[in-house]
Design a protein around this ligand. Structure first.
Ligand code: NAI
Length: 351
């Protein structure tokens, strides 16, 4: 793309390729950015298995420091062993950098047929507390306990973030999913802070609450009744994947983790070990996350060229989907590399 401004300014971004399909989808983003003339310089750092393989810590301090000092990162998925082994790199990054707000836009895509064609949901997840605090212990032989942590500071902070986001984006309604009927103190605090923020600062945004089990039932019956969903950490994790299922699956839902001055963009999906190395992963969720990142850079660094490149990439993948160029998870036949090439051919071509 012709854009002298884009050629002048280069924004540094930390790239963590991640594990499993991470390197494949990272290569797709790099190719698309190159073809689109994205004014971004990737500085690569390791985390997860890639770091371990090089004899480093699973989450090297140098990686966290780079993410902090550069301020913007694009992160591939990192594998976490189940039931044993090291603690989650993803959780470690979010905690170390205080990336307290996860944002996951879930939208229907033309060309991706699902039960619904009008989904437009925003999932906002508290990213630092809840059962994800990972405080577990063996109380006695055969008895274990996990502690669910909630602080009024973090509950207030995420509620404020969500209402501020709703206001800026002119969204109409926030629904909190909770289980305060059972977890009266922890989920009780979450809804108390959300109610307070709504009442005191954002009375013009509609606010409602739903007990999460019934909320999920309503979500799969009629997602159009929701606008923004606000959830504590674990519920946000689970409901994000549920919402992905409404629009075509994990291959099409991007995400971002925000702190006060640091942001990390990553797809909702994991490292997909079942398809890693086969060249068939859908790179779209990661490409969409990179588009969110470009729009963030456009706002933060006041560089319009980033917004233009983001639009061109978005138009490119929309054109691909509409014309039936898709990877296997969406019912198509393209490999990761072929889909990436088709997208590149259509950069900036919405019609
Ligand atoms: P997953 O999201 O990796 O995969 C679930 C299913 O969706 C698999 O069948 C996979 O093949 C498919 N899938 C996911 N992304 C896809 C894509 N882009 N294209 C095509 N198919 C795709 O979840 P799973 O299997 O539960 O977790 C695998 C590993 O990923 C675990 O170690 C987990 O801890 C980690 N994980 C990491 C995350 C992160 O880095 N933010 C988020 C979620 C999981």
């Amino acid at each position: 793309m012709e854009d002298t401004n884009a050629q002048r300014m280069q924004h540094e971004v930390v790239l963590i390729k991640g594990d499993g399909i991470g390197p494949e989808i990272s290569d797709a983003v790099k190719k698309v950015f190159h073809a689109a003339g994205a004014p971004v310089k990737f500085i690569e750092h390791d985390a997860g298995m890639a770091a371990l393989d090089k004899g480093d810590d699973v989450l090297p301090e140098s990686t966290v420091e780079a993410m902090r000092s550069v301020g913007i990162s694009l992160k591939g998925p990192c594998t976490t062993p189940i039931g044993k082994g090291f603690t989650s790199v993803n959780v470690g990054i979010r905690k170390s950098l205080n990336l307290y707000a996860a944002l996951r836009p879930v939208r229907s895509l033309e060309g991706v047929k699902t039960r619904f064609d009008d989904v437009d949901l925003i999932v906002i997840r508290e990213n630092t507390e809840g059962l994800y605090a990972g405080i577990e212990n063996e109380v006695t032989d055969g008895v274990v306990a996990s502690m669910k942590v909630a602080t009024n500071k973090a509950c207030h902070r995420i509620a404020h973030w969500a209402f501020r986001y709703a206001t800026h984006r002119q969204r109409q309604k926030i629904t909190v999913f909770h289980k305060a009927n059972i977890m009266k103190l922890s989920d009780g605090l979450f809804i108390k802070e959300a109610r307070n923020v709504h009442h005191q600062d954002y009375p013009n945004i509609k606010y409602e609450e739903a007990i999460i089990d019934a909320g999920c039932m309503r979500l799969v019956q009629n997602p159009g009744q929701f606008d923004i969903l606000l959830l504590e950490n674990l519920y946000g994790d689970v409901v994000s994947d549920l919402c992905a299922g409404l629009v075509g699956g994990l291959g099409v839902v991007p995400g971002a983790n925000y702190g006060d001055s640091v942001a990390c963009f990553e797809a909702v999906h994991g490292s997909a070990p079942d398809i890693a190395g086969k060249g068939i992963a859908n790179p779209l969720a990661f490409i969409m996350s990179s588009v969110m990142m470009l729009n963030y850079i456009a706002d933060e660094k006041r560089d319009e060229s980033c917004g233009k490149v983001a639009d061109a990439i978005r138009q490119g993948y929309n054109a691909c989907l509409r014309e039936g160029f898709k990877t296997g998870d969406l019912g198509g036949e393209l490999s990761t590399a072929d889909f990436t090439q088709e997208l590149i051919k259509r950069l900036g071509k919405e019609a």
